[in-house]
Write a protein that binds this ligand. Structure first.
Ligand code: NAD
Length: 285
């Protein structure tokens, strides 16, 4: 039996959070977009508007539908804005301590029956659930980037996730027009367990001087038919997120094959996080 979801809260208005807000509003849900920074909320809303303008220009829907979707989204820089949400999706940075702090602060504001989900790319759902007041109503709903374009969502149950939470999440994913794949709760789930070691290996390939940035990306685009080279993809994901995922794989699976490349560590230490900071393996300035 699924629980009826009408209003959705999203924590984190970054590239994933604003993408999730975008697809939820278009599917007819009321959406509250929360972030610690009012500037990030404003930037998130501006990104949604810009992405919808492009979709209208492509003929995917009309201006009226766009306006209706935008009117369903409001911003909130405090968790009180989430008190009547039926589903809250956390999409803040990929740091376990940050997510734990968010859950301890947000839970007292939520309705007891609200479902709490995380968009984590790699962290244990069972462990995150244990830091909340509702492990039975906690689940991983892992979107892909960019959310408005990518079809897949991974659904990950923690050990305590009850059937109603799982069924409601499946119904939600279907209603926003996405396809789900169910993953067991292991480090980085399925997509990133396979994708991130490939990206990390591409960074080692650069680090060891086997090829240049252009050569590596061209090789994988034209030689393996990938739509985007692995270094460009790393820049799009965010190098901080890539490093966090590799660290979760390395620690969680205790295998040296997941050791984050020192060059990735160095870029993150430099604040070169990819497209979102204008500099990564490519220069976007
Ligand atoms: P991002 O850096 O673009 O955005 C993170 C946002 O979280 C920022 O706006 C920041 O201000 C906000 N934030 C930080 N602390 C907060 C708090 N306490 N309360 C509210 N907001 C807070 O990151 P992103 O790429 O959108 O990633 C967000 C999550 O989605 C991460 O868990 C990441 O692993 C996951 N994810 C990322 C991708 C990707 O390709 N980037 C894909 C799937 C999932």
């Amino acid at each position: 039996m699924a629980f009826e979801i009408k209003r959705i809260g999203i924590i984190g208005a970054g590239q994933m959070g604003n993408g999730i807000a975008h697809v939820c509003a278009l599917a007819g849900y009321d959406v509250v977009l929360n972030d610690i920074s009012p500037d990030r909320i404003r930037a998130g809303l501006a990104t949604i508007n810009g992405n919808m303008v492009r979709q209208v220009a492509k003929g995917l829907y009309d201006e009226d539908e766009k306006q209706r979707a935008l009117s369903r989204i409001s911003g909130a820089d405090s968790y009180t804005g989430l008190d009547d949400a039926d589903l809250v999706i956390e999409a803040a940075v990929e740091k376990e301590e940050v997510k734990r702090r968010i859950f301890s602060e947000v839970c007292p504001h939520l309705k007891p029956e609200a479902i709490l989900a995380t968009n984590t790319s790699s962290i244990s759902i069972t462990r995150l659930a244990s830091t909340t007041d509702r492990p039975e109503r906690f689940i991983g709903i892992h979107f892909m980037n960019p959310v408005p374009l990518m079809q897949l969502v991974e659904l990950v149950r923690g050990i305590a996730t009850e059937d109603e939470t799982f069924d409601s999440s499946k119904e939600f994913v279907t209603r926003i027009g996405k396809t789900y794949a169910v993953s067991e709760d292991f480090p980085a789930f399925m997509v990133n367990r396979i994708l991130l070691p490939m990206i990390n290996e591409a960074i080692y390939t650069l680090y060891e001087g086997v090829g240049s940035v252009d050569a590596i990306d061209t090789a994988m685009r034209l030689g393996a038919n990938h739509p985007m080279g692995p270094l460009q993809l790393a820049d799009f994901i965010g190098l901080d997120t890539c490093l966090s995922i590799m660290q979760v794989l390395h620690e969680g699976l205790a295998d040296s094959k997941y050791r984050p490349c020192p060059l990735l560590v160095k870029y993150v230490e430099a604040g070169w996080l990819g497209r979102k900071t204008q500099r990564g393996f490519y220069d976007y300035r």
